[in-house]
Design a protein around this ligand. Structure first.
Ligand code: FMN
Length: 186
């Protein structure tokens, strides 16, 4: 199996990280991989906020938790109540991916970028986890203020985030992957 296929198959969602920060050269390679992702009509209407400040990450994780508790959405409330809950699993680096609200649908563009981030990380044995629940960060009246503080461009909305860090865990087993979802027409 070639290295690309190995990275694709070995990548698992990692939910336990070492406290040590990832290397700067590794981070730059990961973020370059992000912006090399395809986008519809090459619109590139995405933005990446890379957060490595530990206090800020802890504050953001707590805001997400509080918003989940207040959400009234059963699964979110239950998750937030679980002991030691931290939406980013205390990863030392988090990338928040946002996109221009007025652009053509940007979810696929940002999804491709997020997967590039995860695969580039895996290729250097760095753990990652896509975190959709971080969207709760913007689920309060303070969303505008938070976006400003993080330098998210005006008119950009949350799409997905990616936690990154050295793995403090063996790669988890492959979760069930449905094989009967492919139809070949030859
Ligand atoms: C759009 C999206 C959102 C996700 N959000 C979360 C999340 O908020 N928290 C989490 O722990 N995992 C999240 N995941 C990771 C999935 O749970 C994980 O990819 C899935 O269980 C398959 O496991 P694998 O990534 O190890 O193959 C998300 C994945 C995707 C694609």
């Amino acid at each position: 199996m070639n290295e690309t296929l190995k990275a694709i198959k070995n990548r698992r969602s990692i939910r336990k990280y070492k406290t040590e920060q990832i290397g700067e050269a590794e981070l730059q390679a990961i973020m370059e991989a992000a912006i090399y992702a395809p986008s519809g009509m090459n619109q590139q209407k995405w933005h990446f906020t890379v957060i490595q400040n530990r206090e800020k990450l802890a504050k953001i994780a707590d805001m997400v938790k509080q918003n989940m508790l207040k959400s009234g959405i059963e699964f979110a409330v239950e998750r937030a109540k679980s002991p030691g809950f931290n939406v980013f699993y205390e990863a030392p680096t988090v990338v928040i991916i946002t996109a221009d609200e007025k652009a053509m649908p940007t979810e696929l563009d940002c999804g491709a970028a997020a997967e590039n981030i995860a695969l580039a990380a895996e290729s250097m044995n760095i753990g990652s986890c896509l975190i959709g629940m971080a969207g709760f960060l913007f689920a309060s009246g303070k969303a505008g203020e938070i976006k400003k503080e993080l330098g998210i461009p005006e008119g950009y909305k949350f799409i997905i985030s990616v936690a990154l860090g050295y793995k403090d865990i063996e790669n988890p087993p492959v979760p069930p992957k449905n094989k009967d979802v492919i139809n070949y027409v030859k």
